[in-house]
Write a protein that binds this ligand. Structure first.
Ligand code: NAP
Length: 431
């Protein structure tokens, strides 16, 4: 009997899971559900638009969605159009690959002021995600503060700092490119609550700050140690050493030699965001690091800015009544309950690069196959019938190809594609 599996979420972890199922259960059918009409989640909407080559990973996943035994159920929101229980009835195994699509809160006064944005929203905005099409971030002042020193903070600062020419080969949304170019930006501040050795940057991404046309990245040399001390696992020490050597290059830069200064400041934790009706500045507290933890010193300083972006990590929200464990779905080695499994950021939290998900999804799928490879459930036919009865406009993979072709056709300059940023625009392509 043919086994039928459903995956909820078409981002990297979901697509790696699909590949693992096709490999592990020859002849099985895999249906991939996504609430948006377009697949690939984080690849389309999370990866920075100027890292367009990274988005090529989607080609591998596109080949998967093109297989006759795989079906894309786009524009179908589980919990609204079809319930999780219905999927569990129709499929031999159901996989949650819903990512961590919510911004962690800072929990400080002023966080709700207009002008404060989570990275999820801000990155979604410049990547043309329909949820954030109308974010219209306040970029009318000369400074923006970014909290966090991970790769997402780097992405946000780099995209804000780049010129139109530097973004020419990117797929940044036109509304964001226009807004950023019109912004009178002079200062970008990136704050890390711990030190340079604890920063989450990877050297390649950090190194890109050296090459910005209109922005100079600067660091106070007094914040840098001579060398990387301490014990690190595997490749970690090498990464820290490369980062330190790049930090030292940045510390030799002179502020003011380019129109925008991008200052990376360590040992600074956000204490309050202030302003009357909107963000006017951020109050930071000096820290010192003890046993890897940031300890507040009581000394504060204020930085004037018109917007604050929190790039401090993400969490998953409880979907469809599934039990949670903090910001992730409660699971034991990927198993949630009955025939329900979880992979990716919704399983382990928001860490790692796209390929990190490959081995992990394969591992969880191996376990799932061992328990649910016998088949017997109706799969996509039943789901399709139900969705039709409910009048849901399912977007399948050939439909998606038409949407992308229209996005490529309307791109201008060197942009590879001009994404539609509203769902009805995408559906309009399909007539
Ligand atoms: P991240 O690397 O975990 O960085 C989060 C940053 O936020 C850290 O500096 C963290 O400081 C800080 N933070 C957390 N809570 C805070 C608080 N309350 N106050 C002040 N600072 C706070 O996460 P990310 O940048 O969101 O990236 C997520 C994952 O995606 C990472 O694995 C990243 O490498 C990956 N990614 C990769 C790429 C790429 O390869 N090009 C691009 C983007 C993202 P502490 O360290 O002190 O907690």
């Amino acid at each position: 009997m043919t086994a039928h599996y459903a995956i909820i979420g078409s981002g990297p972890s979901g697509m790696y899971a699909a590949d693992a199922l096709l490999e592990g259960v020859p002849g099985c059918h895999v249906d991939v559900f996504d609430r948006l009409p377009v697949p690939f989640g984080l690849i389309r909407y999370g990866v920075a638009p100027d890292h367009y080559k990274t988005k090529n990973t989607a080609r591998q996943f596109a080949r998967t969605l093109d297989l006759p035994t795989v079906r894309f159920f786009g524009n179908v929101e589980v919990g609204r159009d079809i319930s999780l229980d219905e999927l569990k009835t129709f499929y031999d195994g159901v996989v949650l690959a819903i990512g961590a699509y919510n911004d962690r809160p800072l929990g400080i006064p002023g966080e709700d002021l207009p002008g404060v944005y989570g990275a999820c929203a801000f990155v979604g905005w410049y990547n043309g995600h329909p949820d954030y099409r109308d974010l219209a971030p306040l970029l009318d002042k000369d400074a923006v503060a970014v909290v966090g020193v991970g790769n997402v903070a780097l992405d946000v600062c780099r995209v804000l700092a780049k010129t139109v020419a530097e973004m020419d080969e990117s797929d940044i949304a036109a509304h964001a490119l226009d807004a950023i170019q019109q912004a009178p930006l002079k200062r970008l501040h990136m704050f890390g609550r711990r030190g340079p050795i604890e920063a989450g940057f990877t050297p390649k991404e950090l190194g890109e700050l050296r090459e910005l046309e209109r922005a100079v990245a600067i660091i106070d040399p007094a914040q840098l140690p001579d060398q990387v001390d301490g014990e690190f696992e595997g490749r970690e020490k090498g990464v820290k050493e490369k980062n330190l050597s790049i930090f030292k290059e940045l510390a030799a830069h002179k502020a003011g030699i380019k129109p925008i200064s991008l200052k990376i400041e360590f040992y600074a934790a956000p204490k309050e965001i202030f302003g009357k009706d909107r963000v006017e500045g951020i109050r930071m507290e000096r820290t010192r690091v003890e046993n890897g933890r940031a300890i507040a010193t009581g000394e504060t300083f204020d930085v004037a800015c018109g917007a604050v972006v929190k790039a401090i990590g993400y969490f998953s929200k409880a979907p469809y009544g599934v039990p949670m464990n903090g910001g992730t779905i409660a699971n034991v080695a990927g198993h949630v309950e009955d025939n329900l499994w979880v992979v990716g950021w919704s399983k382990r939290g928001p860490s790692g690069t796209i390929p990190t998900n490959g081995p992990e999804s394969r591992d969880v799928m191996r376990k799932m196959i061992a328990e649910h490879d016998n088949g017997g459930k109706p799969g996509g036919e039943a789901a399709d019938l139900l969705l039709r009865t409910r009048g849901v406009r399912v977007v399948d993979y050939p439909d998606y190809k038409k949407i992308v072709a229209a996005e490529v056709a309307r791109a201008t300059g060197g942009h590879p594609q001009e994404k539609f940023t509203r769902i009805d625009e995408m559906l309009a392509v399909l007539g």
